[in-house]
Design a protein around this ligand. Structure first.
Ligand code: UDP
Ligand code: MG
Length: 322
């Protein structure tokens, strides 16, 4: 490292008036030491993104900016857009003025002291540093169980997410630029970032309890988030219909033969064989056809997302030599 680089923290805030002062105080302290240690440039900032809060969150952000413009900046979204969109809004706003950016929730659940390790890993050449929870001691059994099942289920459904990693991560300017090329509207950042690639690593931390206020992710929102994660990341559910349709179709042929034998043997009552055959055959055929349509829908889905087809990390070429 020649000279310390610019770190922007992006902190989404939705009705966070109870915690914001404390978060700002701790972040300011952290920034002061990081700047003294010459780990980050004095041009570094903390950007609070107000996600359409209904309380005084935006006023607090404006006050923080007025008091210490050398530490705090703010983005005010026109309406509540949800956590993922708020994070992306922050990242896309700072991507050209920072060297690296860290996203972190406002509620101090993520350990601020992990920032040091993240920045050091960045200087070690990592373009993405994932904050991974080493323990979930402070979470309730229910939250832990649902969250851990979520990661496992995501993997089975074909979305490759970093286990126990939420949205506490560092990204380099390079990665942010590439992220800007993803045009999709249904955001699931923790699935998208790993698909970008580049050298990455994990740093581990213990997750704390929410400092104040209450979770903005009740079970209903969490379920919606999980469903969004799966449906934005994989077409496996559609493929499962095709497999099911195929299995049903094979069973229907067996059922067809069986009912034919029963009929020929004279063991069935009138109308039984024809009813059996049509129910099974039509059911199986319908599922199979739905699956085939699903395969095409999956392809259309991938096309409309217009994700970059590849990302070039390096290009070595010497035009001088013949
Ligand atoms: N948040 C947001 N917009 C929303 C909901 C939440 O910006 O619509 C922010 C919130 O202020 C917090 C972060 O997203 O900084 C994570 O939310 P929360 O802590 O409530 O979720 P949990 O940690 O309980 O999953
Ligand atoms: Mg939280």
């Amino acid at each position: 490292m020649d000279k310390p680089e610019i770190l922007y923290m992006v902190v989404p805030c939705y009705n966070e008036q109870e915690v914001l002062h404390e978060t700002a105080r701790q972040l300011k302290e952290k920034y002061t030491t990081l700047i003294q240690q010459k780990l980050i440039s004095p041009k570094s900032r903390v950007v609070f993104v107000n996600d359409g809060s209904k309380d005084t969150t935006w006023q607090i952000i404006q006050e923080l900016h007025a008091e210490s413009p050398e530490f705090f900046s703010g983005i005010n979204l026109a309406h509540n857009s949800g956590h993922q969109n708020a994070v992306l809004a922050g990242l896309m706003t700072v991507k050209d003025i920072c060297d690296m950016a860290i996203t972190m929730d406002a509620d101090l659940q993520d350990d601020i002291n992990t920032i040091d390790a993240m920045v050091k890993e960045y200087y070690n050449g990592n373009q993405v540093v994932y904050g991974v929870r080493s323990a979930r001691k402070t979470d309730t059994f229910f939250k832990r169980f649902t969250a851990e099942s979520f990661y496992k289920f995501m993997k089975v459904m074909g979305a490759d997410v970093v286990y126990n990693h939420a949205d506490f991560r560092l990204m380099s300017k390079r990665v942010l630029q590439e992220l800007g090329n993803f045009r999709e509207v249904n955001l699931f950042l923790r699935g998208m970032i790993p698909t970008i690639g580049f050298q990455s690593c994990n740093v581990y931390y213990e997750r704390h309890e929410r400092f104040a206020g209450e979770s903005k992710y009740p079970l209903k929102k969490m379920l919606a988030f999980a469903i969004n994660g799966i449906t934005s990341f994989s077409t496996k559910p559609l493929k499962m219909i095709t497999s099911l349709g195929f299995i049903m179709f094979v069973i229907s042929i067996v059922a067809f033969i069986w009912s034919f034998i029963v009929k020929v043997a004279g063991l069935s009552i009138d109308g039984w064989s024809s009813t059996m055959c049509s129910v099974w055959l039509i059911g199986g055929l319908q599922l199979l056809c739905l699956g085939i349509i699903g395969e095409y829908v999956g392809k259309i889905y991938a096309e409309v997302k217009q994700r970059p087809r590849f990302i070039v990390a390096d290009f070595i070429n010497d035009t001088e030599k013949i």
